[in-house]
Design a protein around this ligand. Structure first.
Ligand SMILES: Nc1ncnc2c1ncn2[C@@H]1O[C@H](COP(=O)(O)OP(=O)(O)OP(=O)(O)O)[C@@H](O)[C@H]1O
Ligand SMILES: [Mg+2]
Length: 249
């Protein structure tokens, strides 16, 4: 079953064609990496999948359902979550409170037979499960602004999971991190439950090829190559676009 299917999508910003007939399929549980030079259209692809930008043409399906005309909120309710190039956490709140808000955002004010106490217990349970999934159980009490940059990135992943995401989009989770932090975030992504589908934009080739079951390479808004790591590594067009940037490594 496909978790996500983007078919022949075009996105224009005024005269700029940020995506040009781009297609991408991601199976449930897959780790899919999106590669490409600056300005290739990677973040635009994420904005499109989430519903923050609308395509001029093409279709987006989430678990088989056409969501092209659905709002961001409707897509999030259907299990989509993301992180941003710059972490988006509530800096003054404690780590666990960031997560509790993420869980509450997911549940929403709806009718329930459970008492407030039971609901609070359940919320905390989900919040801590998400924290442990990204190895941040030890810093639950800290304020988010006290976290190192790498931990803030981990917290953002936890918030997407706590919000109920089954398909998570991670926009450059390793950018700006130290070597140690990169190792840590790679381990966190490796450790995520396979019930979650993960799509990652990553510039670091070692991390990209380590994480990926399959990759898509974007270049100037078009798909240059797509497939498993061996296939993408071997693609002549990719070598050309990345000449000298470490694909041989
Ligand atoms: N809101 C916008 N308005 C106008 N043009 C935009 C907008 N967002 C992106 N673009 C343009 O669309 C193209 C793709 O940008 P995008 O941010 O998707 O690239 P990217 O692959 O994420 O790059 P980076 O690696 O630098 O993050 C670029 O030419 C960019 O200038
Ligand atoms: Mg980007």
């Amino acid at each position: 079953m496909l978790a996500l299917e983007v078919s022949n999508v075009t996105v224009r910003y005024g005269g700029v064609e940020a995506l040009n007939r781009v297609s991408l399929s991601v199976s449930e549980g897959e780790r899919h990496v999106v590669l490409g030079p600056n300005g290739a259209g990677k973040t635009t692809l994420f904005n499109l999948i989430l519903g923050e930008v609308r395509p001029a043409a093409g279709v987006i399906r989430l678990h088989g359902e056409d969501v092209t005309r659905r709002s961001v909120v409707q897509r999030v309710r259907r299990g989509l979550g993301r992180t941003y190039q710059q972490p988006e956490v509530l800096a003054r709140l404690r780590v666990e409170d960031n997560l509790i808000l993420a869980v509450r955002g997911r549940i929403g004010p709806r009718f329930t037979v459970f008492s407030k106490r039971e609901r609070d217990r359940d919320t905390r349970k989900r919040a801590f499960a998400a924290l442990n999934a990204v190895a941040l159980g030890g810093v639950a009490e800290r304020r988010a602004h006290e976290l190192a940059h790498g931990q803030a990135k981990q917290l953002e992943i936890a918030m997407a999971l706590a919000g109920g995401a089954r398909v998570v989009l991670l926009d450059e989770p390793a950018s700006g991190l130290s070597a140690g932090e990169r190792k840590q975030i790679t381990a966190v992504i490796d450790g995520l439950d396979r019930s979650v589908t993960v799509i990652v934009i990553e510039h670091d080739m070692d991390i990209a090829f380590h994480i990926a079951d399959r990759l898509t390479v974007l270049h100037q808004g078009r798909v240059l190559a797509c497939g498993d790591p061996e296939r993408v590594r071997a693609a002549a067009e990719v070598r050309e676009a990345y000449l000298g940037s470490g694909l041989d490594g």
